[in-house]
Design a protein around this ligand. Structure first.
Ligand code: COA
Length: 145
């Protein structure tokens, strides 16, 4: 994984390491409205940006199949935003996806202009992703075998 991307600014990029989940959670907790705090991807799914050894940015690539993976849990500490850290993390996710043979990425996000700049669009620019909240089902009606 490249460490050169942000070398000039003292920013390094690498896969997250075992034991770094608390630092990643602390970063994500800064944005409770934008980012899920539950059911986070495992640490091996994360890429991080560091400055002086401190994690200042993170992003996960959650791979569901060879066809599809999600870019999620993208956050950059407020003191380090607008330095293209998020853009570079997303770029590294794309590279990781390509290396693993994944065909398509998606992101569920309120930051649609950011992801648009990063090349994300509605599926083939015509189809929308639609979601259903399973917990909204009224009662248990499915017949168990
Ligand atoms: C969204 C976020 C990750 C961007 O981080 P960042 O490191 O500041 O982003 P970058 O510096 O890579 O920004 C790249 C470009 O997007 C622009 N940009 C940054 N935040 C933007 C936003 N919220 N909406 C639109 N454009 C944005 C920048 O101006 C920059 O433009 P340029 O390419 O013309 O220079 C950061 O603001 C953040 O952590 N937000 C809170 C958590 C969040 O919303 N995460 C995304 C949900 S998955």
């Amino acid at each position: 994984m490249t460490a050169k991307l942000g070398a000039k600014k003292g920013i390094s990029f690498r896969p997250a390491r075992t034991g770094e989940m608390p630092s990643i959670r602390a970063l994500l907790r800064l944005y409770p409205e934008q980012l899920a705090q539950q059911n986070l991807p495992r640490v091996s799914s994360f890429l991080v940006a560091t400055v002086g050894g401190r994690i200042v940015g993170c992003c996960a690539l959650q791979i569901y199949s060879k066809r599809l993976a999600e870019v999620r849990s993208l956050a950059v500490h407020p003191d380090f935003q607008q330095r293209r850290i998020a853009s570079q993390l997303v770029e590294l996710c794309k590279q990781r996806a390509r290396a693993r043979g994944v065909k398509e990425l998606f992101a569920v996000t309120s930051q649609t202009s950011f992801f648009g700049r990063a090349g994300f669009a509605t599926f083939r620019r015509e189809k929308m992703a639609m979601f259903f909240e399973v917990n909204s089902l009224p009662g248990k009606t499915y017949p168990e075998a």
